[in-house]
Design a protein around this ligand. Structure first.
Ligand SMILES: Nc1ncnc2c1ncn2[C@@H]1O[C@H](COP(=O)(O)OP(=O)(O)OP(=O)(O)O)[C@@H](O)[C@H]1O
Length: 259
């Protein structure tokens, strides 16, 4: 069954067990195109497992996932990436000794290009392809404000700069949907603001985001809708204002957040 045209991600009955534990337990969720969905929930709620099911690094025991109307449930992660689904990690692991620019140039799309075309192209065509890739990588680095550090080893970047680098790598795939796993974790407040500003700019341009984030203040200020998971199930879906007047959420996670 195809998802609705307004849907970026259509999640139906998604379930993943680890032994007797239902880490994701029959999740139904429709992520509308152009939204910035905040995914919250206590440790162990199933947020990362849900991301892994969406990207295809984990197989579901039941349920389906559509991406921009296309059923991707049985697709491998690389195919989902090529279909427009990007993802960043809670703890990014760039190639530390490679330059920032080379890290971006070796983003998965680039590898796919090399694998498909490398052996068949004439040297001049290879050089042209490489030049295009480099130009695109510089454009993306410029967008995330890392262009001045293009030749620096990625291992020398700060935590926040590393998250910007990860975003740059994801953007090389020109994704329509980006899953962000704790973008603000380990990032200083100034860089968090910069990173969120870039995410919002992309969002205004039409990119859909789903963001796992423990910083409730950030979620409340920037995400709509907010979805809460607990024990593998969706226990709340609504606006920040609704979340802040939902007693279960207030008791569980929102104690310290001010409207
Ligand atoms: N590979 C695995 N094998 C066994 N159990 C797992 C595996 N991955 C996750 N789990 C379990 O599934 C449950 C959900 O974990 P998950 O990491 O998805 O939660 P989370 O909401 O992302 O938590 P956190 O906020 O701490 O990252 C937890 O009880 C976890 O221990």
């Amino acid at each position: 069954m195809r998802g609705s045209v307004a849907e970026a991600l259509g999640i139906v009955g998604l379930t993943r067990r680890f032994g007797a534990l239902r880490a994701v337990d029959g999740v139904d969720l429709s992520v509308e195109r152009g939204t910035m969905t905040g995914l919250i929930g206590p440790n162990g709620a199933g947020k990362s497992t849900l991301f892994n099911l969406l990207t295809g690094t984990l197989r579901p025991d039941a349920g389906t996932v559509t991406l921009m109307g296309q059923d991707v449930t049985r697709m491998r992660p690389e195919a989902r990436f090529a279909a427009g689904l990007g993802r960043t990690f809670q703890i990014p692991r760039p190639f530390a000794r490679m330059s920032v620019l080379d890290n971006v140039m070796t983003a998965p799309t680039a590898q796919l290009g090399e694998r498909l075309w490398g052996p068949f192209l004439r040297p001049r065509a290879v050089a042209a392809q490489e030049a295009r890739l480099r130009a695109r990588a510089m454009e993306v680095l410029d967008f995330v404000t890392l262009a001045p550090l293009a030749q620096h080893p990625a291992g020398k970047l700060s935590g926040g700069q590393t998250k910007l680098l990860e975003l740059a790598r994801v953007l090389m795939g020109e994704p329509s949907v980006i899953l962000l796993d704790e973008p603000a974790a380990g990032v200083n407040p100034a860089l968090t603001e910069l990173l969120i500003g870039k995410i919002e700019e992309l969002n205004r341009g039409g990119t859909t985001f789903v963001i796992i984030e423990h910083d409730m203040d950030l979620v409340m200020r920037h995400c709509a809708p907010i979805v809460a998971l607990a024990e593998g199930r969706v226990v709340f879906q609504g606006s920040a204002a609704e979340a802040q007047s939902n007693q279960v959420l207030i008791d569980a996670y929102l104690g310290g957040v001010h409207a």
